[in-house]
Ligand binder design. Structure first.
Ligand SMILES: [Zn+2]
Ligand SMILES: [Zn+2]
Length: 274
């Protein structure tokens, strides 16, 4: 398994590689713009070239889309802004040579699934080799994607939906009610995937411990010895023949040192050390 951290670009894109090397990441994830602002930053040709040439062996390279994007919003203006912002995310990700762009599907409306599918159909035309990944969510409010049945509905309503992929987040799944501390849950999840989107569509893990209890529906990530999931979850993952083949990104809180510790713990629990 190739593991790595979500790292900061701190005003300079290539900062990501510095943190990547320092933390001994093999995979990397970044935001390519401020994730909480509509106005996005522009990546110049020169910056993109520097970024691509300094990338080294980091794989996969993942961009996480802005949290403001909600393709399923009932507010038409927000929806329009979201489509525009996502197109910009796609452009930047392609320019940077990213492999995946991770997106929270959104929600907030009876027809949200249809709206999301419609917007994604349009955006997939711009994506070329970049794969857009829908991430499972914690199930807060009316957000879509708390299980693979909901994600499959979005894919079905997207033209060329098979070109989308899925990113599976452990914290979100636990908050949505999947008890990942039990070995059987991983087998059940695998079965759920086989019955819905298919295993080939799930290509990335987000390995986060969880501050909220089972079924809390709270999207609150914890460091790996501070949450409800803990070592047993990672050991179960290791035993599952499907999930243990996927690359993983940690999005745990704290400074680089703390997150590097999380990465080391996960590697140790997965038997990836040395
Ligand atoms: Zn995540
Ligand atoms: Zn989250």
């Amino acid at each position: 398994m190739r593991l790595g951290l979500h790292v900061s670009i701190a005003g300079r894109l290539t900062q990501a590689f510095k943190e990547g090397l320092e933390s001994k990441s093999e995979a990397l994830q970044i935001f390519s713009t401020s994730p909480r602002m509509w106005r996005s930053s522009v990546v110049s040709d020169q910056e993109a070239e520097n970024f691509r040439s300094e990338r080294g062996d980091f794989y996969p390279l993942v961009v996480h889309a802005s949290y403001l994007i909600n393709l399923g919003s009932k507010n038409e203006e927000v929806r329009k802004k979201s489509v525009h912002a996502l197109k910009e995310e796609v452009e930047r990700s392609k320019k940077l040579g990213a492999d995946y762009l991770v997106l929270h599907p959104g929600g907030g409306h009876q027809n949200a699934t249809a709206f999301i599918g419609e917007s994604l159909s349009e955006i997939l035309d711009y994506a070329d080799g970049l794969r857009i990944l829908l991430e499972n969510v914690a199930g807060e409010g009316t957000k879509i994607g708390k299980n693979f049945y909901e994600l499959q509905e979005i894919i079905k309503r997207t033209a060329n939906g098979k070109r989308l992929g899925i990113c599976f987040d452990t914290c979100h799944a636990f908050a949505a009610g999947y008890d990942l501390r039990k070995k059987e849950t991983w087998q059940e999840l695998q079965k759920e995937i086989e019955e819905t989107v298919g295993l080939e569509q799930v290509v990335l893990l987000h390995l986060n411990d969880c501050k909220g209890e089972l079924g809390s529906r709270l999207d609150r990530h914890a460091n790996w010895q501070d949450g409800y999931l803990g070592k047993v979850t990672i050991e179960n993952l290791r035993e599952n023949s499907f999930f243990s083949t996927l690359p993983g990104i940690l999005e745990t809180p704290g400074d680089l040192q703390q997150r590097t510790q999380d990465l080391q713990l996960c590697r140790e629990w997965l038997g990836l050390d040395g």
